[in-house]
Ligand binder design. Structure first.
Ligand code: BGC
Length: 708
C-alpha cells in the first residue's frame, strides 16, 4: 500500500541534500515560535520541517489547547510547497482522539458498544471534521491493552481484551483512512502507543513495564497487528521501556517485530520527546546518542525534541550513522505523504458535512456504549415518574466529553439536568442536597469521576467512588426511595462500597456530546441498553489486576476469575463485581444450547482453510425489542504454553425483536484456535477445546471441539 510509492519517493530523495532529508524527519510544534513567525517561516523555507503537530504542550489531553488556526497553517504550507527548494508539503497532525468538533464516547466506552460498524462510521465523521480544519493526520487510535484501571489512559484505549481491541483498531483505522487515503474525508491514522505502554507498573503513567514475549505476542500485539493489516499509515513509539529496553530505542520492537513480523510499511513517529528521553532513561549518553539509537532502532520521525535535526547531519559526517539509514526513514515518510495525496493536495479539502448527522451518530454510539450494570426493576422509568436529581455531575458538561477533547465545546453539551427535564413528564427537581426527597418516586444520582482523573499523566491510586459521593449515596438510600445511579467515568470504578445502595446502575462513561441525551433516553426506556463491559469491574481497588482472560492456576481452589468462594484472599473473595462482557437489557434474552456442527477437525483441514461452525439460538422473551451481544469464548485445554480459561474469539451484536428467536452462527478456523509462542510463531496444537457461547465471559454454555 505504501511501498507502491517507493519509486517516486526515491526519485524525490535523489534530489535532496542531507539537511533537507533530515528536515523531513523533524516534527515541530508551533508554540516555541510564538512571536517569532519569521524564524519559523525561514526554517520551513530551508526544508527543516517535515511535519507540524497542532498541539501546544506535551500533555495536550488535559491541558487546554489553542484552537486550530487554518489560515496560518495554509500560509505555512504555502511556504513549504512554493518557497522551499524541494517543495515537499508538511503533514499536519493533531490529537483528534474520539472526536473533533463533535465528540463521541471515549474509546473505552465505544469498545463497550461491541459495535465496530458504528464505531467505523463515527470515526469517518471525525476524519471529515478534522480534515475541514486542515488536519491530515491524527494520533489515534490508542490501542494499549490495559489491565490496571488506575492508569488514567485506560480511558483512551479498548480495554483488556485483544480481540475486542483488534476489532476496534480495524474500525478506527478504516474510519479515519477509508478505502482510499486520497479520497475526500480521509486522514492518516496512527496506531499508538507501540508498545506495551498500557502495562505500566502500578498503573503509574510512563512507568517501566515487564512483559514476557508470550504476553507481548498474544495480548499486546494483536490490536497493532490488526491496525497494520487495516493499512494504518503510521505507528507511534511509546515512552516506556520493556524489560529494560526503551521501545523508542528498541530495534527488536520497531524493526524486527513491527516491520519483520507485522509487515508495517508506513512510518514510525516517536511520542512527544521520546527520543531525547532515551538519555533521561539512562539508555543513551547524550542527545546525539539518542538520535543515533532511535534511528538505528527504526524510529523515523522525531516528535518535538529536535534530536534528529540537531544531530543526524554530524553523525553522518562522523560515520556513526549512514546516509542510507536516513534515506530509509525519509523514504517511509515520503511514501505516506505520497499515498495520502499530499503532493497533489497540500492544503486539505473542504469536506462539507452535516453536523446534525454527526451528532446523531454520536448519539447512537453513546446509546450503545452505556452499560446497565444493575436493575432491580426500577428501570425503565415510567413517563410520569417524579424524579429528584442530585449528585456532583448533575449539571456538569465538560466531564461528559472526557479526556482528550481538544476542539469539542462543553457549552454546547447538554447536561443531565437539562436532558432529564426535557423528558420527564412528571415532576422533576434538581437539588444538591437531596432536600424534600419524600415528594419524589425515584432519586437519580449523577456520580462518578471528573475527566481530569483520567487521561495522560492522570492516574489515581484508588478507583473507588470517593467518600463524599458514597455518603450521598447512603443518604439517598436511607430515604427509602428507589435510587438510580448514573456513573460518569473514564475507567471502570471499583463499586463494591457503593453498588449495594443503588436499585439500578447505569454506567454512562464519558460518552461525548450526547452523553446526557442517551442517559435520559435509556432511563425512560426510549433506548434499550445494550453496552457490555470491555473490562472487568473489581469489587475493590486492591483486587487489581483482575482480568478475565487469565490462565488457570494448578490449584483448582483458585477457581476461574475468583469465582469460587474458597482459596482467594483471606479477607474475602476477589470475584469481579461485574465480569468482562457483562451488561443488562430491559428485555430478556434466553439462550439455547451451544452447538458444534462437527465435533472434530484435523489440523491439516484447518490449515487448508476449513472453518468449524458453532451456533446458538437466542430468544427475546421480554417486552422490548433489543440488541444482544452474543459472545464466543474458547479454552484450549492443554497446550505447550498454558492458555487462558476463556478467550473471546468472536462476538455478534444482533437485534432481536420481542418474541423472536435468532440463530447466531460462528465460524472458527486456523486463525482463531491458536496462539503465539515466545518467538512469535503462530501455533495451533491438537487436542480438546471447550467452546463457550453466552452473554458474558462466565457463561457455562459449552460445546466441545477436538483438533486431531
Ligand atoms: C502522548 C500522545 C500524544 C502526543 C502528542 C504525548 O504526550 O503520550 O498520546 O499523541 O503527546 O500530543
Amino acid at each position: 500500500m505504501y511501498k507502491e510509492y517507493l519509486t517516486r519517493a526515491r526519485e524525490i530523495l535523489s534530489d535532496m541534500t542531507l539537511s533537507e532529508k533530515v528536515g523531513q524527519l523533524n516534527q515541530i510544534t508551533i508554540t516555541p515560535y510564538t512571536g517569532k513567525t519569521d524564524e519559523l517561516k525561514e526554517l520551513i523555507r530551508s526544508g527543516g520541517v517535515g511535519s507540524i503537530i497542532l498541539a501546544s504542550s506535551a500533555t495536550a489531553g488535559n491541558d487546554p489547547q489553542g484552537h486550530v488556526n487554518v489560515e496560518l497553517y495554509r500560509d505555512l504550507q504555502r511556504i513549504a510547497v512554493e518557497q522551499s527548494r524541494t517543495g515537499i508539503p508538511m503533514i499536519y497532525g493533531r490529537d483528534v482522539i474520539h472526536g473533533h468538533r463533535t465528540v463521541y464516547p471515549i474509546p473505552l466506552a465505544s469498545a463497550a458498544s461491541f459495535n465496530e460498524g458504528l464505531v467505523e462510521r463515527c470515526y469517518r465523521n471525525i476524519a471529515v471534521e478534522a480534515l475541514a480544519d486542515s488536519i491530515r493526520w491524527t494520533f489515534s487510535p490508542m490501542l494499549d491493552l490495559c489491565r490496571d484501571p488506575r492508569w488514567g489512559r485506560i480511558a483512551e484505549g479498548p480495554g483488556e481484551d485483544p480481540l475486542l481491541g483488534s476489532r476496534m483498531a480495524t474500525a478506527c483505522v478504516k474510519g479515519f483512512q477509508g478505502d482510499d487515503l486520497k479520497a475526500d474525508g480521509s486522514i492518516v491514522a496512527c496506531a499508538k502507543h507501540y508498545l506495551g505502554y498500557g502495562a505500566s507498573e502500578g498503573g503509574r503513567d510512563y512507568a517501566r513495564t515487564e512483559i514476557s514475549d508470550v504476553t507481548l505476542y498474544n495480548y499486546i500485539l494483536p490490536a497493532f497487528r490488526a491496525a497494520v493489516d487495516a493499512g494504518v499509515g503510521t505507528v507511534m513509539s511509546s515512552f516506556n521501556d520493556i524489560n529494560g529496553t526503551p521501545v523508542t530505542g528498541g530495534r527488536k520492537y520497531l524493526t524486527d517485530i513491527l516491520r519483520g513480523k507485522l509487515g508495517f510499511e508506513g512510518f514510525v513517529v516517536s511520542d512527544w520527546g521520546a527520543v531525547c528521553q532515551l538519555e533521561h532513561a539512562g539508555f543513551a549518553e547524550n542527545r546525539e546518542d539518542c538520535a543515533k539509537k532511535a534511528l538505528h532502532a527504526g524510529l523515523d520521525l522525531d516528535m518535538c525534541d529536535k534530536c534528529y535535526i540537531e544531530n543526524l547531519p554530524d553523525l553522518v559526517k562522523k560515520g556513526e550513522v549512514t546516509e542510507q539509514e536516513i534515506d530509509t526513514a525519509v523514504t517511509r515518510v515520503l511514501c505516506v505523504k505520497l499515498a495520502m495525496g499530499l503532493f497533489e493536495n497540500p492544503y486539505g479539502k473542504c469536506a462539507n458535512y452535516d453536523k446534525n448527522v454527526h451528532l446523531s451518530n454520536a448519539k447512537l454510539l453513546s446509546d450503545e456504549s452505556m452499560v446497565l450494570l444493575k436493575n432491580n426493576g426500577v428501570l425503565p422509568l415510567k413517563k410520569d415518574t417524579k424524579i429528584l436529581l442530585s449528585g456532583p455531575f448533575a449539571e456538569e458538561r465538560r466531564t461528559l466529553l472526557g479526556t482528550w477533547t481538544l476542539d469539542g465545546s462543553a457549552e454546547e453539551t447538554p447536561n443531565l439536568r437539562e436532558a432529564l427535564s426535557q423528558k420527564a413528564a412528571g415532576v422533576f427537581r434538581y437539588t444538591e442536597e437531596l432536600k424534600d426527597a419524600e415528594d419524589c418516586d425515584v432519586i437519580v444520582l449523577a456520580v462518578g469521576e471528573d475527566y481530569r482523573k483520567t487521561g495522560e499523566n492522570h492516574s489515581v491510586s484508588d478507583i473507588s467512588l470517593d467518600g463524599a459521593q458514597v455518603e450521598l449515596v447512603k443518604k439517598a438510600h436511607a430515604t427509602g426511595k428507589r435510587v438510580v445511579g448514573v456513573f460518569f467515568c473514564g475507567r471502570q470504578m471499583a463499586l463494591g462500597n457503593a453498588a449495594g445502595f443503588f436499585d439500578a446502575i447505569l454506567y454512562a462513561w464519558h460518552c461525548g456530546s450526547k452523553t446526557a441525551c442517551s442517559v435520559a433516553d435509556i432511563l425512560f426506556g426510549d433506548v434499550v441498553p445494550s453496552g457490555r463491559t470491555p473490562v472487568t469491574f473489581p469489587q475493590k481497588p486492591t483486587h487489581i489486576p483482575l482480568y478475565y482472560n487469565v490462565t488457570s492456576s494448578g490449584r483448582p481452589a483458585n477457581g476461574y476469575y475468583g469465582e469460587l468462594s474458597q482459596g482467594t484472599y483471606d479477607d474475602g473473595d476477589y470475584a469481579p463485581l461485574y465480569p468482562f462482557g457483562y451488561g443488562l437489557s430491559y428485555t430478556v434474552f434466553e439462550y439455547g444450547k451451544a452447538e458444534c456442527a462437527d465435533g472434530e477437525v484435523s489440523l491439516e483441514e484447518l490449515k487448508s482453510g476449513k472453518k468449524v461452525t458453532f451456533s446458538v439460538e437466542v430468544t427475546n422473551k421480554g417486552d422490548y425489542d433489543g440488541k444482544e451481544t452474543v459472545q464466543l469464548y474458547i479454552s484450549d485445554t492443554v497446550a505447550s504454553v498454558i492458555r487462558p480459561i476463556r478467550e473471546l474469539k468472536d462476538y455478534k451484536k444482533v437485534f432481536i425483536k420481542k418474541g423472536e428467536t435468532k440463530k447466531v452462527e460462528f465460524h472458527l478456523g486456523f486463525g482463531d484456535l491458536g496462539f503465539y509462542s515466545e518467538n512469535g510463531d503462530y501455533l495451533v496444537e491438537k487436542g480438546k477445546f471447550n467452546i463457550y457461547i453466552g452473554k458474558d465471559c462466565l457463561t457455562d454454555n459449552s460445546a466441545v471441539l477436538y483438533v486431531i
